[in-house]
Design a protein around this ligand. Structure first.
Ligand SMILES: [Zn+2]
Length: 237
């Protein structure tokens, strides 16, 4: 088992050397995704504001039409006042005049409010458009630099892991499998034991285990943290 364990230790050392690269390779697409999501959010907000502006313009047109109608109604009511044949008709026509006047005042106030809203929305829309264009630019730059960085990292990784397959072939398949599984959850799945302590979890190993580690007859794992442990003397010969 000795040779296999030595190969495993070398394999783990190789993987360790590429650990930072692997981490960065994992982070890059995540960061890009976050950036894309924020650009998408800005785009959604922009669409929403555009829609609100369209709705405000529609409301303005509708209120404008009503104002015009009320204006015509007022003229008709005034005519009725002038042509009233008796007091009853005159006071009914006066009430009509008053109702139209009130409606006109309300419409005018409403139109003024809508006008303010449109003005504010137009200004914030311009801001949003600027933010969106900026964010799109940042994303594009980031996408390009990320692509270059990934290529650079892949090349470095390829160099560091050159010969990994040959090394892995020297380790029994079930051991490789166990190592890969441990590596999925732990930063360093293989620990070289220098004294009676696991340097990863800092727990003392049973003395008998330390002796067995030096015999290298089988694969051992730290009883506390489950990492594969290999005695340093194996690597020294
Ligand atoms: Zn441990």
């Amino acid at each position: 088992m000795r040779e296999e364990l030595v190969a495993l230790a070398k394999l783990a050392e190789m993987d360790d050397s590429a650990r930072d690269i692997d981490a960065e390779l994992k982070t890059i697409p995540q960061e890009l995704e976050e950036l894309r999501a924020s650009v998408q959010m800005l785009e959604n907000m922009l669409a929403q504001e555009r829609q609100q502006l369209v709705e405000a313009e529609q409301l303005k047109a509708q209120q404008g039409a009503e104002l015009k109608e009320r204006g015509e109604g007022l003229q008709r009511a005034r005519k009725k006042v002038a042509q009233a044949a008796n007091m009853r008709e005159a006071s009914a026509a006066e009430r009509e005049v008053e109702a139209n006047r009130r409606a006109i005042k309300e419409r005018e106030e409403e139109l003024s409010r809508i006008g303010d809203t449109i003005e504010a929305k137009t200004a914030s829309l311009a801001e949003r458009e600027k933010d969106f264009e900026e964010a799109k630019g940042v994303l594009q730059t980031q996408e390009e630099s990320s692509k270059a960085r990934v290529a650079e990292l892949e090349e470095q990784r390829g160099k560091l892991l050159d010969g990994r397959e040959d090394l892995a072939a020297k380790v029994p398949k079930n051991v490789v499998k166990r190592y890969e599984r441990l590596r999925g959850g732990l930063t360093n799945a293989v620990i070289i034991i220098k004294d009676g302590t696991c340097s990863a979890c800092r727990m003392a190993l049973p003395p008998q285990l330390t002796i067995e580690l030096q015999r290298a007859n089988e694969l051992h794992q730290c009883p506390h943290c489950r990492r594969i442990i290999i005695h340093k003397t194996l690597l020294e010969d």
